[in-house]
Write a protein that binds this ligand. Sequence first.
Ligand code: GLN
Length: 248
Amino acid sequence: MLDLNICHLYPDLLNTYGDRGNMLALQRRAQWHGINVAIQNITIGDSFDASAFDIVFLGGGQDYEQEIIQKDVLEQKGSEIKNAINNMKVFLCICGGFQLMGKYYKTWDGKEIEFLDALDLWTVGGKERMIGNIVFESDIISDEGKPLKIAGFENHSGRTYLGSDIRPLGKVLYGNGNNGTDGYEGAVYNNVYCSYSHGSLLPKNPLLTDHLLTLALKQKYDTFSALNILDDTFENAARASVIQRILK
Ligand code: GLN
């Protein structure tokens, strides 16, 4: 039986708006595909050995929580995270976790917080928060030959900008995305997937969940080629109605 080990990094601090739902979606869909999943929580003070995991997840957190973990992530876990990224480990990073992967975060009141510098991106806070539903389209994942439309919910003050070395996860169809101006949402580098879309991202978008599981299984098992197709009638109907409502 195939198995996957998933790490939830800083689950006690980075887990806003139900981001843990992404872990549950990964676990449950993997089980439906006949894959065993173990989840381990790792937080401040814990040692982090990336080689023990196939997927690493970081959720969102407010400026306050990001400041609390900054020292630990930079000094204790940073080089392990960077090596894992270079070695094509699968990461999913949401909102505050997405920002944390970048070079710095300049808060809306002018404080500059140094971040990991694992990805070529940076974040500048604005006074007005960007809150609400979001729909974006990603040509990285195919939905019957067309770019996948992804539905989510965003709530952030930070405006994130991507450098030349990294591509967006998708193009915004409704909402703000990375910064409300360039029309991009999220980021992808190697097997690191970042998004501003919170908790319901993977439960709402099963093809994205399967995409991440597939990447992780291909990294782990040389002979793995593809997941079986699940009956997603219910999930697809729910997703289509959410997207239709938002885009109407
Ligand atoms: N602190 C960040 C911001 O407000 C992240 C917010 C979040 O993760 N929801 O931009």
